[in-house]
Design a binder for this molecule. Structure first.
Ligand code: GLV
Ligand code: GLV
Length: 321
């Protein structure tokens, strides 16, 4: 079986693939270009992809009808046309469950950094502007006893809610496609309408997937409903936030600050005005970046790939629905 792995991933997964397949791994730190991706994948029985690889009808046409499986090295899969894969009988896998805590930790870290103006503080030190202890300087938002709004109460959303409820005594409100009675009792959480979440929350953290219903969900009208002291955290997908509207909201004081681990596109262009705002903390999409998470993602992605090649059910299969 011939497979293309679109980037170097941890040996925990790569070793299994190398043992079982004729395996080509893209060796560069930067992703293959579109042409290189299509060329390297052509004739393959399976591909192991990253969230930066667009997998669509054109890709499937070029790779050929022998393609059995696309294994994404991520829990999110908005880079893959899953419906088109299903039509062609190609299995799609992802890596859920193993990056929940790592991503929740980054969300809480961004919340602390954005609420307590850490970017401005770090810039102040780095730029040799630290002159004295300032009784009126760098005054941020309190956390204890405030309200956290979780947009998308899945595994990661619940892990963030637990940290903030048990650690900082926050009240939890959330939006979700379904009721979560067990979380309502564990966290004394309340499922509310999106507009109510915006107006009630001191902190809003995004944990939904990117789909047509959530694209640019955070736009001018959403920011207008948020408190001027509120903080927005996004560790999900950049496309869920209208970045022009976010820039406007941060600059005008419509909201207090933001912490982003994801942007649209990635990397965020050097010309993006968000980069120069002191009240916008930006990380280069590192939510899943711990030893255990990345090793487990590699193992699951390899297992999905090998199962798909063998014509067996994927341990973690993405369904078109
Ligand atoms: C990372 O963003 C992932 O979806 O795993
Ligand atoms: C601050 O450093 C304090 O001691 O209050």
């Amino acid at each position: 079986m011939k497979v293309f792995v679109t980037r170097q991933i941890p040996d925990a997964g790569l070793d299994r693939i190398r043992t079982a397949c004729d395996c080509d791994v893209w060796p560069e730190p930067l992703p293959p270009s579109r042409d290189q991706l299509l060329e390297k994948s052509a004739g393959c029985d399976g591909v192991l992809t990253l969230l930066s690889d667009r997998i669509d009808a054109e890709f499937f046409d070029r790779v050929g009808p022998q393609l059995k499986v696309v294994s994404n090295f991520a829990v999110g899969y908005n880079n893959i046309d899953v419906a088109e894969a299903a039509r062609r009988g190609i299995a799609v896998g992802n890596t859920p469950g193993v990056l929940t805590d790592a991503t929740a930790d980054i969300a809480v870290g961004l919340l602390l950094a954005a609420a307590r103006r850490m970017r401005e503080g770090i810039d102040n030190v780095t730029n040799q502007q630290w002159k004295t202890w300032e009784p009126m300087g760098f005054i941020g938002q309190d956390l204890v006893g405030k309200t956290i709004g979780i947009v998308g109460m899945g595994r990661i959303g619940a892990a963030v809610a637990r940290r903030l409820h048990f650690g900082w005594g926050m009240s939890v409100v959330y939006t979700s496609r379904s009721d979560k009675p067990e979380l309502d009792s564990e966290l004394n959480a309340r499922r509310v309408a999106f507009s109510q979440l915006l107006s009630d929350s001191d902190f809003v953290s995004i944990h939904t997937d990117l789909n047509p219903a959530t694209e640019k969900l955070f736009n001018d009208s959403a920011f207008a409903k948020m408190k001027p002291t509120s903080v927005l955290i996004n560790t999900a997908r950049g496309g869920i936030v209208d970045q022009d509207a976010l820039h406007q909201a941060l600059q005008s004081g419509t909201i207090f600050s933001a912490g982003l681990d994801v942007t649209e596109p990635e990397p965020l262009p050097v010309s993006s005005p968000l980069r120069s705002l002191g009240n916008c903390v930006i990380l280069p999409h590192i939510g899943s970046g711990t030893v255990a998470s990345r090793d487990a993602m590699a193992t699951i992605a390899a297992d999905n790939l090998l199962a798909g090649l063998a014509g067996k059910p994927l341990p973690h299969r993405v369904d078109p629905a």
